[in-house]
Ligand binder design. Structure first.
Ligand SMILES: [Zn+2]
Length: 435
């Protein structure tokens, strides 16, 4: 019995979580606030839609079916309550060599939430973090996976038109997911197997490393057929966007009067190799003020060599600190790393950084303060740019510090990616500012 549930869950796991996230994200705090919740969803959807009108329409279409789903959720919850399902799921995922995609991490976090309940703050935090790591399209996909899986499992549910298997399957390279397959044809692929979607605009839920796409069927890379020159084929903004990042930073500069002031705190180290970079996920509490406005630090990650050039030259590496404000706007603080003395902060990070792609690791009792990677002086260059990885979403503010920080040559070569930098992009008339 539980085996069957577990198999279905492999298909809907992201799923249970996806629509759980969708409908219950805020009600982890106040359970009865569902209506208010859904209203908030509309508002959130509206916010996300700096994107296109189409996406706005799509997001509103999604709400009515979700309201029904919210009621069905109780039944799903009951199935989770014994903890057996979670154990099965953890066991199966533990066998996956390549590590979990962000969608699956979200799924797992969601199942943990369903199992452990909402009283455990760590579980709730992990779930919300996981949710932040997936974007709008990924969330829509997990909802589709859930609907198709439930339909295949014989439940009477209305499947949204966006989720119709043929519609999705048409463009997919049909990388059927072995785990999802047993639950039925409709969900022969999970969120994972579907193309990342044409419309890559979203409200900035994601970091500059676009984790949701990092493992999507549309593979991308830093060289070869799926290298940066070809990203635009699958991710239109990468090719057509007019304010893409990184830039070659060179004068003349325009003057701005504001400052950037980081307020980073020490916290438990959480580090992963997502196949494109080493990324550190930052616990709540670290912020930066930009012109007085607070942005939360979500994560930071590395590129080798630095993506930004200064007067035509890259540095050995760069660390990108990715922040988001209450409006969902992203701001990236870049600190260039030049070859020199050993960097003690990097030493700690590299000690724990996984050499190959896989899920986040949380080394017991290891604390880290992101401020350890900052120079003393916070003078900066500033421009408007984009995510530097697919889907290359724009409206990301960049602040590249003028002061660089040392990193030992061996530390550079110990970084598990030889080259993970997007080439500099045309400025297209954009100004570069300095304080
Ligand atoms: Zn970056």
């Amino acid at each position: 019995m539980f085996k069957i549930i577990a198999i279905i869950l492999l298909a809907i796991s992201t799923a249970g979580a996806g629509y759980f996230g969708w409908t219950q994200k805020k009600s982890v705090v106040a359970v009865s606030a569902q209506v208010e919740e859904l209203t908030q969803k509309v508002e959130e959807a509206d916010k996300k839609v700096e994107a296109t009108e189409e996406e706005l329409a799509a997001s509103k279409d999604m709400l009515p079916p979700l309201m029904t789903k919210a009621q069905e959720l109780e039944a799903v919850k009951a199935a989770f309550s014994t903890g057996t399902v979670l154990k099965d799921l953890e066991a199966v995922y533990a066998k996956e060599k390549k590590g979990l995609s962000p969608e699956r991490q979200l799924g797992l976090a969601g199942v943990r939430l369903l199992t452990n309940g909402t009283k455990d703050p760590a579980t709730v935090e992990a779930f919300q973090k996981a949710l932040e790591m997936t974007d709008w399209k990924a969330q829509q996909k997990v909802i589709c996976a859930a609907q198709n899986a439930l339909a295949a499992a014989g439940q009477k549910i209305k499947v949204m038109s966006e989720c119709a298997p043929e519609a999705e399957g048409a463009k997919s390279e049909s990388k059927a997911d072995a785990h999802a397959a047993p639950a039925g044809k409709a969900d022969a692929k999970d969120a994972h197997g579907a193309p990342a979607g044409k419309d890559d605009k979203k409200g900035g839920k994601k970091d500059a490393h676009a984790p949701a796409d990092a493992h999507a069927a549309v593979h991308w890379d830093y060289e070869g057929a799926m290298g940066p020159e070809n990203w635009g084929k699958e991710f239109p903004t990468c090719g057509k966007g007019k304010s893409q990042a990184p830039l070659n930073i060179k004068g003349p500069f325009e003057k701005v009067r504001f400052s950037v002031a980081p307020d980073y705190k020490q916290g438990q180290l959480k580090i992963l190799n997502n196949g494109h970079t080493i990324q550190v996920n930052v616990p709540n509490g670290s912020k930066i003020r930009i012109d007085g406005k607070p942005y939360d630090l979500l994560q930071f990650h590395f590129h080798r060599p630095s993506e930004e050039h200064i007067d035509g030259k890259p540095s050995a590496m760069v660390v990108h600190f990715v922040h988001k404000n209450a409006e969902g706007e992203l701001a990236v603080l870049g600190v260039m790393l030049r070859e020199g003395n050993e960097n003690p902060g990097i030493k700690t990070l590299w000690t724990h950084a996984p050499k190959s792609e896989g899920p986040e690791v949380v080394p017991d009792g290891v604390m880290f303060n992101p401020a350890n990677l900052l120079p003393r002086e916070m003078d900066f260059f500033h421009y408007d740019g984009s995510l530097t990885t697919p889907p290359c979403t724009e409206k990301v503010k960049f602040f590249i510090l003028k002061s660089q920080v040392n990193i030992a040559k061996e530390q550079v070569t110990d970084f598990p990616f030889k080259m993970n930098a997007r080439p500099v992009q045309p400025a297209n008339g954009r100004a570069i500012y300095t304080n």
